[in-house]
Design a protein around this ligand. Structure first.
Ligand code: AP5
Length: 234
């Protein structure tokens, strides 16, 4: 019997926990603030996948003051993309660690055509490929509201929003340094210039699936799980 479209997030979660898949590789695409991180964390938990966020890796390196962190600190604060060679090298290490697991969901990588092609080459070396590229769409005006209200728990990394998903009183939250209005505008421009031209690369192979990000967090999760069920597990 087929699943009904109105199943809620909790029901979908319990259904997915009983599904076995050898290896699944998803790339989550979308403008800044569309909800990639929020949804990637939920999907990774539900589907038993590793979650890899290049932005998160850069931020961790900045806070640990590593050599990589020192190299990328100013770029992130300005909302400028990190050069491809550095980003691809970082991802190469991750892929080598991940291929023996049950799969991964990448969030924030790839971000342009060159990165998308490099990812395919890296996966191909392990006889694997991208299974699906969910694209979470959100209008520019909504992006600004989402990002200026975002707060992240310093201890757990959990993402909150002051209005839509308020942090508990005792949470140790902070605002990201690249969530200032001017920086957000630069990041949106980068998305249109660098990432939008990449979409055809996945669309041509029928891997791209668009999700409306202007719904509640639970509704977006449910829509993503529906698409994954239909496309990957079919
Ligand atoms: P990265 O961390 O990847 O930032 P981003 O792509 O700009 O995306 P965000 O993390 O800002 O947003 P999100 O889509 O994850 O939204 P979230 O779930 O948090 O990259 C940061 C920087 O690192 C880049 O600028 C660049 O310098 C560098 N970098 C990273 N990857 C790179 C690469 N591949 N190449 C080169 N440079 C790279 O949600 C946002 C807010 O909205 C939250 O408050 C959340 O609670 C709320 N929210 C989420 N969903 C909903 C909903 N449905 N309804 C209401 N509120 C919601």
């Amino acid at each position: 019997m087929g699943l009904k479209l109105n199943l809620n997030y909790e029901v979908m979660t319990s259904l997915y926990l009983s599904v076995n898949s050898d290896f699944m590789f998803l790339v989550m695409i979308g403008p800044p603030g569309a909800g990639k991180g929020t949804q990637a964390k939920r999907l990774a938990e539900t589907l038993g996948l590793s979650h890899v966020s290049t932005g998160e890796i850069f931020r961790q390196n900045i806070s640990r003051k590593t050599e990589l962190g020192l190299r990328v600190k100013e770029l992130l604060e300005d909302g400028t993309l990190v050069p491809d060679d550095l980003t691809i090298e970082l991802v190469q290490d991750k892929i080598d660690q991940l291929v023996n697991g049950s799969g991964a969901i990448f969030d924030g990588f790839p971000r342009n055509l060159e990165q998308a092609k490099a990812l395919d080459d890296m996966l191909l070396l392990h006889d694997k490929g991208v299974d699906l590229a969910p694209l979470i769409n959100l209008s520019d005006s909504n992006i600004i509201e989402r990002l200026t209200g975002r707060r992240t728990d310093k201890d757990t990394g959990k993402i909150y929003h002051l209005i839509y998903d308020p942090p508990p009183d005792n949470a140790n939250v902070e605002q990201r340094s690249d969530d200032k209005r001017d920086t957000v505008l630069r990041r949106i421009e980068d998305y249109h210039q660098s990432t939008v031209p990449m979409l055809a690369y996945y669309d041509d192979r029928d891997l791209l699936c668009e999700i409306d990000g202007d719904n509640t967090i639970d509704q977006v999760t449910t829509a993503l799980l529906e698409v994954i069920r239909g496309r990957v597990f079919a």
